[in-house]
Design a protein around this ligand. Structure first.
Ligand SMILES: *Cc1c(COP(=O)(O)O)cnc(C)c1O
Length: 214
């Protein structure tokens, strides 16, 4: 990541690492915590409920992101368990999250997930519906939209999707730039070149941790 930042003429450390822990047991996560890492992500509410309350007890300064599709009826648990929601993709979900945030007095920053590849099986709002959803979050639900998130189709040139996300963010909020959550193990260098503020990495990170151990 440092190298990718420097190659993109960005300050080293200008992209944050979100460690994606889905399918990783707590004993694999503990070495990252011991090394000082604090930003993590899960894609399922249930899995987060099983792993993170105990880890948080030991490390209260953790920030946990939800990066998977969220059903409206799980909004309550999501607001309780997570600190950032990255998969906000429809007005009904914005309303459910807003209601729970009020109730729990926990005001979580959210990212709107954009389905840049317009894939039917994937979560995310279609690019054409993004401005209306953004306006709904800001003006009706009164949710803090911190940025945009995307997961490019596996078979596509990722850079096109990252560039599109950056363009959409710029168009929505030209004055105060939205953050860009984009890039995974296979394409984080490209995402950093395209302006990612944070990358979400699982496979590559846990492979390095495993190699270091051996
Ligand atoms: C699993 C996942 C990642 C991490 O993917 P890796 O290829 O393991 O780095 C990032 N973002 C989302 C939304 C994911 O579900």
């Amino acid at each position: 990541m440092r190298r990718a930042c420097l190659e993109a003429q960005r300050p080293a450390g200008s992209a944050a690492l979100v460690a994606v822990c889905k399918n990783q047991p707590a004993e694999r996560i503990l070495p990252l915590l011991a090394a000082g890492h604090r930003i993590f992500a899960e894609n399922r509410v249930q899995e987060a409920a099983e792993k993170w309350p105990a880890l948080r007890e030991a490390y209260p300064d953790i920030t946990l992101h939800l990066i998977g599709q969220l059903q409206t009826n799980k909004a309550k648990d999501a607001v309780r368990l997570f600190d950032v929601i990255e998969s906000l993709d429809r007005p009904a979900l914005a309303d459910a999250l807003a209601k729970e945030m009020q109730k729990q007095n926990r005001h979580l920053p959210c990212y709107i997930q954009v389905n840049t590849g317009e894939e039917p099986q994937k979560g995310g709002v279609l690019p054409k519906d993004l401005p209306a959803l953004y306006a709904h979050c800001r003006d009706v639900a009164k949710i803090t939209v911190a940025g945009l998130m995307c997961i490019p189709p596996a078979e596509d040139v990722a850079a096109l999707h990252f560039a599109l996300l950056a363009k959409l963010a710029q168009a929505l909020s030209p004055e105060s730039p939205l953050r860009l959550s984009m890039g995974m193990s296979a394409d984080f260098e490209i995402a950093i070149r395209c302006g990612a503020h944070q990358v979400r990495i699982g496979t590559a990170l846990f492979k390095i941790m495993q190699n270091n151990k051996n």
